[in-house]
Design a protein around this ligand. Structure first.
Ligand SMILES: C[S@@+](CC[C@H](N)C(=O)[O-])C[C@H]1O[C@@H](n2cnc3c(N)ncnc32)[C@H](O)[C@@H]1O
Length: 208
């Protein structure tokens, strides 16, 4: 699917964002070969940066795929832990292998099954990352509000949904993203912004 940024700008940013970690490169190659929707390198770097700034003890990911986004969190996390969730067992198994190769296994916990159900078993989540099926975003944030720590960060990928948020699309994923964005920007508990990077990344700070 076409991105929302000018391809020339995207190429320019990619050229600046050189990468030599062989496991990052392996996962990016796998995504290209299988047309699997990872956050990709520009958003991966943003996740890394926000994790360094926030220094979370607990990161919970809803929709880890085979571990690409979680890998950026884990590389940045210091003494904290990243909880990976995905409903595909093979994805989680691949993530475990990658984390093992990188020596990051002790920074992570791997769970196959429903992401929101698994996440609801965690309290005081410092950083919640949402990247499951798009129609599930509003329900996910509403059920996990009580599980967020004070001053938590909520980060959600695909929040411009290939630009469809601006049109009249009424499919459930577009409606889900629009409802989610409206909820996050309209909720006095959060201060939210949305970066037009790749497919849009919403970042919200829980102010109370
Ligand atoms: C966009 S991909 C995740 C990519 C990953 N965050 C990355 O950037 O490397 C979405 C993943 O969420 C999983 N998924 C979708 N809905 C889910 C749910 N309710 N519970 C668990 N996993 C879910 C899909 O199987 C898929 O692997």
């Amino acid at each position: 699917m076409p991105g929302i940024t000018d391809p020339k700008i995207n190429d320019y940013l990619m050229k600046l964002s050189l990468e030599d970690d062989p496991l990052v490169l392996e996962m990016e190659r796998l995504a290209r070969e299988n047309d699997f929707p990872i956050v990709d390198r520009l958003v991966g770097r943003l996740l890394y940066l926000l994790t360094k700034l926030k220094a979370p003890r607990l990161v919970v990911e809803l929709g880890s795929g085979y571990g690409y986004s979680a890998y950026w969190f884990a590389k940045a996390i210091g003494t904290g832990k990243v909880i990976l969730t995905d409903n595909e067992e093979d994805n989680i198994a691949y993530a475990e292998t990658i984390f093992g190769k990188a020596g990051l296994s002790e920074k992570a916990s791997f769970h196959a099954g429903d992401a929101v159900g698994i996440a609801s078993g965690y309290r005081d989540i410092d950083l919640l990352f949402i990247d499951i099926d798009k129609h599930q975003y509003p329900g996910a944030i509403k059920s996990l509000l009580p599980n967020l720590a004070e001053n938590a960060l909520v980060i959600a990928d695909n929040t411009l949904w290939y630009g469809r948020v601006t049109g009249k699309n009424r499919d459930r994923d577009t409606l889900g993203i629009k409802k989610f964005n409206k909820f996050m920007f309209g909720n006095a508990d959060f201060f939210s912004t949305l970066l037009p990077l790749r497919d849009g990344v919403l970042i919200a700070y829980k102010i109370r």
